[in-house]
Design a protein around this ligand. Structure first.
Ligand code: NAD
Ligand code: WQD
Length: 343
């Protein structure tokens, strides 16, 4: 069977994707520098699939180390590139770290791939590239205009996409699939892997589950005066396991399809927008746990509303994100209880 190199594979989305790849029979080698994940994730993956993936603790920006991984595993046929720094606020404070890590890793990876004649890459991009789409572009499809990035993090995703396009233009044997994720949430149903945020969570669902677990006294809802039905912001929350499955479809298409474009872009979302207040209510319904919250002012840089038109991924990848939201939220709570030893 074919081997896939998964960079950032001990991270949140990478670990769930590794599980789905291995369950579909792919061999997986993970490279991760453990800057935002734990080595124990490998045990979680092994407990689910019955086997540990191969693992190398290296930095993707290090050409020599990355090169040695491709030499060790000459059967690598494709790469999924998750490794990146991803905290929007931190990127404003430490832009150079973000440019070095997120741009340097991709450039190094593409150089090493070329050296080893590996011609397929799936790249983790983000709906952040669309900024706040105009009303006529909601839901957002892949043709919506890219807007000026609101943070250095968002800018690295835009530049990464351009790097991939330029590299593919110069090398017609390189094939790339750019996946623009909306808001990934939830954990594997086994609760053996999930999201491990560092410090105070910036993202909504980890803050909700930590509030439910008693780690935070209350959730602050950032604004109820937006131009939305209940005044809170709207997002497209996609289950991480559904998202992981889309990567398996993208890899299979890259390896098998003869009539694909050299660089393809897919929006990965459910196609349904949920407000912050709706998500809180759905969480309470799914888990029976009440979330204390107060409405506070808007968070700087927040987008009012964005959700995906996933038709292209539905039709071309044969994929859709259809796990019910209550199941998704229950998985997040089960994971939080698991890591906090709550019965
Ligand atoms: P994560 O932080 O959990 O995983 C990223 C992994 O990459 C971590 O394990 C980290 O240790 C590793 N890493 C970082 N820099 C590295 C380097 N130079 N060399 C080797 N390993 C390195 O993040 P995630 O949520 O799983 O995100 C995965 C990808 O998806 C990222 O590229 C992120 O920007 C993108 N993305 C995430 C979201 C989201 O909301 N989680 C949304 C859109 C896009
Ligand atoms: C969701 C909603 C908040 C926390 C971020 C990145 C983006 C992408 C996904 C990677 C918003 C509200 C949140 C809280 C709240 N990541 N909220 N109280 O803002 O869509 O995007 O993650 O590419 O680049 O910016 O996600 O989870 O931070 O917020 O009211 O304590 O929840 O205002 O409306 P967001 P989020």
């Amino acid at each position: 069977m074919s081997r896939i190199l998964v960079t950032g594979g001990t991270g949140y989305i990478g670990s769930h994707t590794t599980v789905e790849l291995m369950q579909q029979g792919y061999d997986v080698t993970i490279v991760d520098n453990l800057s935002n994940s734990s080595i124990d994730v490998l045990d979680g993956i092994a407990a689910i699939v019955g086997k540990k993936p191969e693992f190398a603790n290296i930095d993707c920006g290090n050409f020599v180390d990355l090169d040695s991984v491709f030499t060790t595993y000459p059967d690598i046929v494709g790469v999924i590139h998750f490794a990146a720094s991803k905290a929007v606020g931190e990127s404003v404070e430490k832009p150079l770290l973000y440019y070095r890590n997120n741009l340097g890793s991709l450039v190094t990876l593409l150089e090493v791939m070329q050296q080893h004649h590996v011609q397929n890459i799936v790249f983790s991009s983000s709906c952040t590239v669309y900024g706040q789409p105009d009303k006529e572009h909601l839901p957002v499809d892949e043709t919506a205009p890219i807007q000026q990035a609101l943070s250095p993090y968002g800018n690295t995703k835009q530049i990464n996409e351009e790097i991939i396009r330029d590299a593919a233009h110069a090398d017609k044997s390189l094939h790339a699939t750019i996946l623009r994720y909306f808001n990934p949430i939830g954990a594997h149903p086994s609760a053996l892997i999930g999201e491990l945020p560092n410090g105070v969570p910036q993202n909504l669902l980890p803050f909700i589950t930590q509030t439910a677990a008693g780690l935070r006294p209350e959730l602050k809802v950032f604004g109820d005066d937006y131009n939305t039905p209940d005044g809170s912001c709207i997002r497209d929350y996609i289950y991480v396991v559904d998202l992981a499955k889309a990567h398996v479809k993208a890899v299979a298409r890259m390896l098998e399809s003869k009539d694909r474009e050299q660089v393809e872009v897919f929006n990965l979302g459910t196609g349904r927008g949920l407000s912050v207040l709706e998500l809180i209510r759905d969480f309470e319904k799914a888990t029976g746990v009440k979330i204390p919250y107060t409405i506070v002012g808007r968070r700087e840089g927040d987008i009012e509303q964005v959700w995906a038109a996933p038709k292209k991924a539905n039709e071309i990848l044969g994929w859709s994100a259809d796990t019910p939201i209550t199941e998704v939220l229950a998985s997040a709570w089960k994971w939080e209880k698991h890591i906090r030893n709550i019965k």
